[in-house]
Design a protein around this ligand. Structure first.
Ligand SMILES: *Cc1c(COP(=O)(O)O)cnc(C)c1O
Length: 494
């Protein structure tokens, strides 16, 4: 494939090199500093060489970052059907709430008596998530989904250890799982055992049975599974795993279609994480900040990480440290700003509207699935939940791949779906529309997907060379991952 790398000159000269010697965008109040413009700093600590920073005016900076932000793609600029990531609209009221100084200015070392409001919010969110999940208690400490997985697996480990059951060293993970599942199990010190999926994408119970012995600590699953299909045999699976002495871990990244309808606790799961930044609306393109609360069933509550927020008999909130806890997984209580957004989102929707999220996300996904299956290969028929996976184009005779289709979508102003995940198919294309998209947007997307399928047949080279209209064309993605150039100075020296 012809890969066009970014022209160094283009980035270096046209976009990034704005510095002019002596140009400044700030002025410091003179009376705070000595005559040489420096505070009263001991001579040996003073900088002897000027700091090597770009010298730019305020306007240069404003234009630079505004122009950069305009070149970015986000949920606020267009449809973002990135499967598994739940790129729903993040209501702006959440941001307003999260920056309220009454909350954002609270210091984590402040005495609990002086932070009752913040602790109450924290406590209420723990309760709300417990109700939504059907589990006994939640910790909000972990910073992301993967961090929640690790925390949950540490709970699993402590549970078995507390019973003197040290030989349980294996965690079963389906071959369709998100990569973080086996990775977290490894980091938690478990050995990963893979269980196969049936042709319809659900766990192969017959393959699972012989794996279940007294060395199994538990299984990690998600439901609906990675293909967006509900695991109808979950009750039987839960019984099998429990009978073998194992625990069930639920990857809550796919909780969106079940909100208020089906509870992981009721399905038999003992431990789960929720990606607050996905299901409960915090902007999460670009990697953060996130929050991955972990919920557990009654018999595991004592192992949750410290610190915890509790309420005493007088209704006062306090920070508690459990003695049987697995220890700490975070500094203080976690990413409070994300929790505020999640809490605002839950209260804004309310109990009844929260129950509409799943059905609408499911309706949108099925509408897309049924509309595209003539042009795109649908390996698994039937009603999906909030997302679906196609195995590339139905007609692959012209050699147009899933990557080509994804890049061509950029030309038409849509973000690409998740591609080449799950690994069950060669040309996976995972589409998640979320509940917040209108019928008009879905129709536009469907039109464009049909158009691209037609182009793939009639003018395949155009699709293979896409994107043709974006600022940068085909990137060397492997190079970008292996040798990332993260600053413009590194680019200059590269
Ligand atoms: C996003 C995701 C994760 C990991 O969550 P992060 O918050 O990105 O760490 C785990 N499992 C699934 C299915 C996901 O989609």
């Amino acid at each position: 494939m012809h890969i066009k790398t970014i022209s160094m000159k283009y980035y270096d000269k046209l976009i990034f090199e704005l510095s002019r010697p002596g140009r400044k965008g700030y002025e410091l109040p003179a009376d705070n500093f000595g005559t040489d413009g420096m505070a009263d700093i001991p001579a040996d600590l003073k900088r002897t060489e000027p700091l090597d920073l770009p010298e730019v005016s305020e306007l240069d900076v404003v234009r630079h970052y505004t122009n950069l932000s305009n070149k970015n793609f986000g949920v606020d600029t267009g449809f973002y059907p990135l499967g598994s990531c739940t790129m729903k609209y993040n209501p702006k009221i959440n941001e307003e709430v999260a920056i309220m100084p009454e909350f954002s200015a609270v210091h984590p070392l402040q005495p609990a008596e002086s932070a009752q409001g913040a602790l109450e919010l924290y406590y209420n969110l723990q309760q709300a998530l417990s109700n939504i999940a059907g589990l006994a208690e939640f910790t909000l400490n972990p910073y992301a989904g993967a961090h929640g997985e690790l925390t949950g697996l540490m709970v699993m480990k402590h549970y078995h250890r507390s019973r003197g059951d040290e030989k349980r060293t294996k965690v079963i993970v389906p071959n369709s799982a998100h990569g973080t599942n086996p990775a977290s199990a490894m980091v938690a010190g478990f050995q990963v055992v893979e269980v196969k999926s049936k042709p319809n994408g659900s766990i192969d119970v017959e393959d699972l049975k012989p794996l279940l012995d007294d060395t199994v600590a538990g299984i990690m699953m998600t439901n609906p599974n990675t293909l967006g299909m509900f695991e109808t045999e979950i009750v039987e699976i839960a019984k099998l795993v429990h009978d073998a002495g194992g625990l069930l871990y639920y990857d809550g990244a796919n909780l969106n279609p079940l909100l208020g309808k089906v509870r992981p606790g009721d399905m038999g799961f003992d431990i789960m994480h929720i990606n607050l930044h996905k299901t409960f609306s915090t902007p999460h393109g670009g990697g953060g900040p996130g929050s991955g609360p972990v919920g557990v069933a009654e018999h595991l509550v004592e192992f949750l990480p410290n610190p915890r927020v509790r309420k005493n008999e007088e209704g006062k909130f306090y920070v508690d440290f459990g003695k049987d806890s697995l220890g700490s997984v975070s500094t203080f209580l976690g990413n409070f700003g994300v929790m505020m957004k999640a809490y605002a989102y839950i209260l804004t929707l309310g109990k009844e509207n929260l129950k509409n999220v799943g059905p609408l996300a499911t309706l949108n996904a099925n509408y897309i699935k049924e509309s595209l299956k003539d042009d795109y290969l649908l390996p698994i028929e039937g009603v999906c939940k909030h997302e679906m996976v196609f195995d590339g184009l139905k007609d692959k005779s012209t050699g147009v791949t899933t990557l080509n289709v994804a890049k061509r979508l950029l030309d038409y102003g849509f973000h690409a779906p998740t591609i080449y995940f799950p690994l069950l198919f060669h040309e996976s294309m995972m589409i998640e529309p979320t509940e917040t998209e209108s019928l008009e947007t879905l129709d536009e997307f469907i039109d464009v997907m049909h158009k691209v399928a037609k182009e793939a047949h009639e003018t395949p080279d155009e699709v293979k060379n896409a994107p043709l209209t974006t600022l940068v064309r085909k990137l060397d993605e492997t190079g970008a991952a292996k040798n990332p150039i993260l600053t413009y100075k590194a680019l200059k020296n590269a």
